[in-house]
Ligand binder design. Structure first.
Ligand code: GGG
Length: 359
């Protein structure tokens, strides 16, 4: 197996520039212990780059990324650049050009962390949201009419294709089969009259092909309530682009902090690089203060190791994260502690060394 990888890092904006170097340190340490070599290319694409050049990434940006095995991204978006400009100039073109149609977002309560939900016991949450990542409500189809007049209007079309819906659902069914064989679908076919009944229809068709997987569907409003009232019932949840995005911020909240939550933008066929990023954004309110929690980025790094076929290294990294949270009082501010990003990273490195030594 090739154990040398070219990884493009895009720290991006705000705390992305703090948590990416922290996670790179952890991955480098894991690499040195497990015989994996990384060649990192740091790309400065960001809102600052936009302010200088008028683009979020250069015209040949996707060609540059294509030369890499994987992409490791921090955060995108900063005050001064409209969010739709920063997202559609960087994150979304990457997800689409590289057919990263699965956005995998684990909702796992780590050892030593309390959920804000009163009835969830330690370690009591372990499910995954599979978010459709290439189409759906994130669409360029539409426009603005009669700008600046009293008749001004905005039209936004969602795009759901059979191919797009089927492939993400097939991934979710397969994932469910590798876990507890339970799959829930997020819909809203009572209010959204075309796309969501289509989504439900395909879910039913694929359900018939996977009789060993127990399926259920929930309207997104009821599903959001269940994430709070009864989240332990879930194993795998499949959702459209927008529903999955919203649900996983809630998922991050119930595992104790948005600072923890990781995500993997996967091209399951491996024709293109996949991209690994935390769920959180650039957090301009704490950017530059050294207070960001690096764990979401480190966990995204563990997902990258897993995708590269290094489950042992990924397990060691997550073992280190669990050790620090369960066995030490070291906490960043989002968790009510005082540790800086650097202090948390130093603790993770120490725990990783112990984790490897104990094997
Ligand atoms: N960590 C990447 C990031 O900055 N995400 C911010 C965001 O708003 N993402 C929207 C999305 O995932 O669709």
């Amino acid at each position: 197996m090739d154990t040398s990888y070219r990884i493009a890092t895009i720290p991006g904006d705000g705390i992305g520039t703090e948590v990416v170097p922290a996670a790179v340190d952890v991955l480098e340490r894991a690499g040195s212990r497990f015989g994996i070599r990384f060649e990192w290319s740091e790309l400065e694409w960001s809102c600052e780059y936009y302010a200088r050049t008028g683009r979020m990434m250069p015209e040949n940006g996707l060609d540059v990324l294509r030369e890499h095995d994987q992409i490791f991204l921090g955060a995108v978006g900063y005050p001064g650049v409209p969010d739709h400009v920063s997202l559609w100039g960087l994150l979304i073109p990457i997800r689409r050009a590289f057919r990263q149609y699965v956005n995998l977002r684990p909702v796992t309560l780590l050892p030593g962390v309390e959920s804000p939900l009163r009835e969830v016991p330690a370690g009591g949450l372990d499910f995954v949201v599979v978010r459709e990542n290439n189409e759906g409500e994130y669409s360029e189809v539409g426009g603005r009419l009669y700008r600046g007049t009293p008749q001004e209007a905005a039209i936004q079309e969602s795009v759901f294709t059979r191919r797009g819906v089927e492939r993400v659902m097939r991934y979710a069914f397969d994932l469910a089969r590798s876990r507890k064989s339970r799959l829930a679908s997020a819909t809203k076919s009572n209010g959204i009259i075309h796309s969501m009944p289509f989504w439900d229809e395909i879910f039913r068709e694929l359900g018939a092909e996977h009789p060993d997987v127990k399926t259920s569907d929930y309207h997104i409003d009821a599903l959001a309530a269940l994430f709070v009232l009864d989240p332990t019932r879930f194993d795998v949840v499949v959702a459209s682009n927008l529903f999955g995005d919203i649900l996983t911020d809630l998922g991050a909240a119930i595992i104790g902090s948005i600072g923890f939550a990781p995500s993997a933008n996967l091209n399951p066929e491996r024709e293109f690089p996949s991209m690994f990023e935390p769920v959180h954004g650039s957090a301009p309110d704490i950017a530059g203060t050294g207070r960001a929690n690096p764990i979401g980025q480190v966990w995204a790094g563990a997902m990258m190791l897993e995708h590269l076929g290094h489950a042992d290294a990924a397990t060691a990294v997550m073992g280190a994260v669990s050790h620090v949270l369960a066995e030490t009082g070291v906490r960043t501010r989002d968790l009510g502690g005082t540790a800086s990003t650097q202090e948390m990273t130093a603790e993770l490195l120490k725990a990783l060394d112990q984790e490897v030594a104990a094997r």
